[in-house]
Design a protein around this ligand. Structure first.
Ligand SMILES: [Zn+2]
Length: 212
């Protein structure tokens, strides 16, 4: 952009919402630094390459996390090399079909997105949570957490170490939520199924088997 100057005008506004973006994320594991787990689950940590493209922005109300508006975003794809922690399920989940598993993982990720930043004491936008029904590196249902800064800033490593506590607190939060089928304060509203909330609790239980 040499020789071209642009001005951005900023003004302070009083609003009761923040904006968040839905990202289409392609994530590949470059190097596995740590792996632990058992027959049921695998917990990993390492370097990843993330190619993310913002698809829509959402206006989210502060208190309730309701989605109060959205629209398309046109931004180039961003590529990031960073660190990531992930949890994968080792066993076939015959009771879930592909779509139900996908919805369950999306809801689980939304719930983890509320708790993980509290646990590592960062801003919710510093760490991103991405579900993959079949992760490229191990072909298993997986949820990735990655630092949204080049090279990583240590958040994923803390998540790797404390994942059991994060899963427990997340399960508690979802179960204690007053809603019956899932709402913006717990598992989000990106999942439409009436099974969603139960499925999220089931999946969290399965992931938690790593802790035993
Ligand atoms: Zn809820």
């Amino acid at each position: 952009m040499i020789g071209r100057k642009k001005k951005a005008y900023v003004r302070e506004v009083d609003v009761d919402y923040f904006t968040d973006a839905n990202l289409a994320v392609q994530l590949s594991v470059l190097e596995e630094d740590k792996v632990r787990g058992n027959d049921e689950t695998e917990i990993g940590y390492g370097d990843v390459s993330v190619r993310a493209m913002a698809t829509i922005f959402k206006k989210i109300r502060f208190e309730t996390h309701e989605n109060i508006g959205s629209g398309p975003i046109y931004l180039p794809e961003e590529e990031l090399h960073t660190s990531s922690a992930w949890i994968s399920l080792n066993k076939e989940l015959s009771e879930f079909g592909h779509d139900r598993l996908e919805e369950g993982l999306i809801g689980t990720s939304q719930a983890l997105k509320h708790i993980a930043p509290l646990f590592v004491m960062c801003d919710p936008s510093d760490v991103y949570v991405v579900p993959h029904v079949k992760a490229a590196h191990n072909e298993k249902p997986t949820i990735f957490f990655y630092d949204r800064y080049p090279g990583g800033i240590g958040l994923s490593e803390k998540i790797y170490s404390g994942i059991e506590e994060i899963l427990k607190q997340t399960k508690q939060m979802v179960k204690n939520c007053q809603c019956s089928d899932g709402c913006p304060s717990c598992i989000g509203t990106d999942t439409a199924s009436i099974h969603s909330k139960n499925d999220v609790v089931k999946l969290l239980d399965l992931f938690l088997k790593a802790a035993v």
